[in-house]
Design a protein around this ligand. Sequence first.
Ligand SMILES: NC(=O)c1ccc[n+]([C@@H]2O[C@H](COP(=O)([O-])OP(=O)(O)OC[C@H]3O[C@@H](n4cnc5c(N)ncnc54)[C@H](O)[C@@H]3O)[C@@H](O)[C@H]2O)c1
Length: 447
Amino acid sequence: MKIGVIGTGYVGLVSGTCLAELGNDVICLDINKEKIEKLKKGISTIFEPGLSEMIKKNIKNGRLRFTTSITDLKDTLIDFIAVGTPSREDGSADLSYVLQAAKDLANVMSSYKIIVDKSTVPVGTADKVREEVKKTLKARNLNIEFDIVSNPEFLAEGRAVENFMKPDRIAVGTDSEKAKKIMGKLYSAETLNNAPIIFTDIKSAEVSKYASNVMLATRISVVNSIAGVCERVGADIKDVSRIMGSDQRIGPKFLYAGIGFGGSCFKKDLDAWITTSKEQGCDASIFEAANSLNEKQKVSIAHKIKKHFKDVKGKTFGVWGLAFKPQTDDMREAPSIRLIQHLVQEGAKVKVFDPEATENAKKIFGDTVHYCDDKYEALKESHALVLATEWYDFRQPDFKKVKKLLKEPVIFDGRNIYHKDTMIEEGFHYYGVGRIPITPITQKDKK
Ligand SMILES: NC(=O)c1ccc[n+]([C@@H]2O[C@H](COP(=O)([O-])OP(=O)(O)OC[C@H]3O[C@@H](n4cnc5c(N)ncnc54)[C@H](O)[C@@H]3O)[C@@H](O)[C@H]2O)c1
C-alpha cells in the first residue's frame, strides 16, 4: 500500500520504517529539514534498537523515502499523522501541529485518502481534523472522498520496533466500512503476528490511549507511594512488589519502585486527561495525585544524598544513566534532570555517563555537569555513585573497582537494581527506594 507518515519523531519514524519493512511503499515527511537530510542518508535521528539497520535496508530497496515536501503525499492512500501533541500551559494538549498536518494534506490530496490520527489526541480531535480537511477542500473547490481513523500508538520507547511488529493489540476507531476494510488489510493477522485488532468507534479509540497511559503512570505512583511507607517501617518494596505481582489480578509489570516515571508521554497525557475529566465534570483527583507524587519522587534520592552527606557543597557525584529509561536516548522529562539540577544548585559537582543519551543531555545541562565516556570515569574523585537509569551495562559492575574509585563507598540506587546481599558483601553504604538502607559492617562491628 502507498503510505504517508507526517512527523518523523519516535512514533512516525518507527511506524513508517516498520510499515516499509512489511512491504509497503512509505514516504515520511517532516518539517525539520535537518532531520530529513540525515534520514535520507540512512542515519537514524533517534536511538531505538534495530531501527537504524531497518532504515538503511528499506531505503536501499526503495520502499522507504523521506521528504519535506507535502506534495509527495498527494496520492498516498493512508496517511498517518504522527506529530507532537505537547502540553499547553493549562495542561491541555496542543493540537496545532495535528490540525496543520491535516490542512497540509487536504491542500495537496488528489484522490481518496484515509487520514489516521496516530498522535495521542484528546477525544473529539477526529471531528476537528475532519472539519479542517473539509474546510480546506471546500476552499479548493474540490469534493474528494476521505475518511478519518483513530489508530493510537502504544509502542514503548526502547522496544519500539519489537512493539510495532508484535503488538499486544491494535486499536482502530472508524465510522467507515471502507476504511475499516483497508485498515484491516494493513494490519492483517498474517502481517503482524496475529495481533488482535480491536475495531471500535472513533471516540473509544481516542479515549483508549489516554486510559492506558494514565493507568500505567498511576500504577507507578501507587508503587512509589507504598515504597515510601516501606522505607519508614523497615520493609522492602522489592519483596512487597513480588508478592503483589504474583496475584493474577495485579500481575508483575509496572510494579517497580524508583525515582519516578519520565518520558514525553506520561506527564503530558496525565495533564491532558485531567483537563478532559474536569471539562466533563468528572473527578480527576486520583490523576492529580499520581502527577504530584511523581514530581516529589524525582528528587527523593537527592534528599537521601543530602541527608547522608549533611552538606553536598563541594562534593562530587558520579551519575550512571540519564535517559528516562534504558534502551533509549530520550531525555524528555527524565527523572535524572531534576535530580542533577538539584545537586548542582546545592553546589555539588556532577559527573555523568549514559550509553546513548549524552548528546541530548548536553542540550539540557550544558556545561553545568562533566560528561564522561565511560561509567568508571564518572566515579573517579566522586563521593558516591548515583544510579538514575537501569541500563544493562550497570547491572553487574566490578564492585571492587567501584569501591576503589569512589572517595567513599556509597551507592544511591534510584532503580533498585543492586542486591542487598551484594551490597553487604562488598561493604557499601547503600540506599535504594523503598528499602532498608545498608550500612557497611566494620571490623569493630564484627567483634
Ligand atoms: N514517544 C513515544 O513513546 C510515544 C508513544 C505513543 C504515542 N506517542 C504520541 O505520538 C505523538 C508523537 O510523539 P513523538 O514522541 O514521536 O514526537 P516527536 O516530538 O519525537 O516527533 C514529532 C515530529 O513531528 C514533526 N512535525 C511537527 N509538525 C509537523 C508538520 N506539520 N508536518 C510534518 N512534521 C511535523 C516534528 O518536526 C517532529 O520531528 C505524540 O502525540 C505522542 O504523545 C508517543
